[in-house]
Write a protein that binds this ligand. Structure first.
Ligand SMILES: NC(=O)C1=CN([C@@H]2O[C@H](COP(=O)(O)OP(=O)(O)OC[C@H]3O[C@@H](n4cnc5c(N)ncnc54)[C@H](O)[C@@H]3O)[C@@H](O)[C@H]2O)C=CC1
Ligand SMILES: O=C(CO)COP(=O)(O)O
Length: 333
């Protein structure tokens, strides 16, 4: 029976705690940054800020002490924002057990280094064969409501991925194992940027043809990047690619989608981010995705345009015009 430590008590960390508990975990300890979050989970079995509608199973508890969270864990899960995980690991990585799978739930590319999350975790001292990525069309609010969803559990070591998949399989959460960590992570990171673009289109008042065109051409950008970086194209046609792209781009529950809608409606990025909201990874990862693409000579016009809108350099209207008037070309190029 699993004894898990989940670092990050936001939406996905909290929903994943419920998954592990429903899958039969003996104990799940959430590490929270803020004491009021840990107190709510420990004393009232509710996270007061993230998915407060879930009454957490009694096996779920919480602490702000990383050593206490990690003690005795046979599974470690990381669920903090992509851009903070390096600093987080430097702070509390020394407390992590050295011989158990470490799961990354994060979907992003690190700014400045262009590294995928598993590479950042590896830099933090975790051996590659212990790192497992969980990704796919998994909007936390739907998972919290125990609505059926499938997911990808990818590890360079299939046995580690299989161990994690066994620990998180429930009647509403169906994990498929994978060894293509590169494809799984790229799918999860790039779809957030495409969801910003689709949200912008919605905010501008455009309908489903526009959104479908952006999703499909966004997939083409992801596939080109994946090919350059050694991903298996089949991974991007699966749950981690197409699956997550559809969920995130189409759902009003997606934070990236919602940020895109607000930008499309004419708000500035400062106005959008001034409203307290949860992590919309694409806002930061758009730049690192474009830089990663440029380092491989991969053209990513939608991601480039989103980055320019987020930087305040162009408006969503102008992005539409620029994308629509690019030189004609073969669909597969
Ligand atoms: N929410 C969702 O539906 C899903 C989210 N993800 C990914 O999971 C990762 C985490 O996202 P969410 O839990 O949704 O975000 P969230 O915004 O709901 O929660 C983030 C958590 O990290 C904490 N945090 C913020 N700054 C921190 C710092 N400097 N150090 C330590 N902790 C910090 C926050 O207090 C909060 O507990 C992201 O990479 C996201 O893309 C993946 C699949 C689904
Ligand atoms: O990754 C997600 C769904 O799979 C969550 O999307 P958002 O981060 O845009 O809410």
């Amino acid at each position: 029976m699993t004894r898990a430590a989940i670092f990050g008590a936001g939406s996905w960390g909290t929903a994943f705690a419920q998954i592990l508990a429903d899958a039969g975990a003996e104990r799940v300890v959430l590490w929270a940054r803020r004491p009021e979050i840990a107190d709510g989970i420990r004393d009232r079995r509710r996270n007061p800020d993230y998915l407060p509608e879930i009454e957490l199973d009694p096996v779920v508890t919480a602490t702000t002490d990383p050593a206490e969270a990690a003690a005795g864990a046979d599974l470690v899960v990381l669920a903090v924002p992509s851009q903070t995980v390096r600093a987080n690991l430097a702070e509390w990585g020394g407390h992590l057990p050295t011989d158990v799978p470490v799961v990354s739930l994060m979907k992003g590319i690190e700014l400045g280094t262009g590294l995928r999350m598993s590479q950042v975790v590896e830099d933090g001292g975790v051996a590659a064969e212990r790192i497992v990525v969980v990704t796919g069309p998994n909007l936390s609010r739907e998972i919290a409501a125990r609505q059926p969803a499938a997911s990808v559990v990818a590890g360079a070591d299939h046995a580690a991925a299989d161990r994690v998949a066994a620990a998180c399989m429930t009647p509403y959460f169906r994990p498929y194992t994978q060894t293509d960590v590169v494809g799984a992570e790229l799918g999860g990171a790039v779809k957030n940027v495409i969801a910003l673009a689709v949200g912008m289109a919605e905010g501008l008042g455009y309908g489903d043809n526009t959104k479908s065109s952006l999703i499909t051409r966004g997939l083409a950008e992801t596939a080109r990047l994946g090919q350059a970086l050694g991903a298996d194209p089949a991974t991007l046609m699966g749950l981690a690619g197409v699956g997550d792209l559809i969920a995130t781009c189409m759902s009003p529950l997606s934070r990236n989608h919602r940020v895109g809608v607000a930008l499309g409606q004419g708000q500035s990025i400062e106005q959008v981010l001034a409203v307290p909201h949860q992590t919309a990874e694409g806002v930061k990862s758009c730049r690192s995705v474009v830089e990663l693409g440029a380092s491989q000579d991969v053209e990513m016009p939608i991601c480039q345009g989103v980055t320019a809108v987020v930087a305040g350099q162009i408006t969503p209207e102008r992005l539409t015009g620029e994308l629509m008037t690019r030189a004609r070309k073969h669909e597969r190029h």
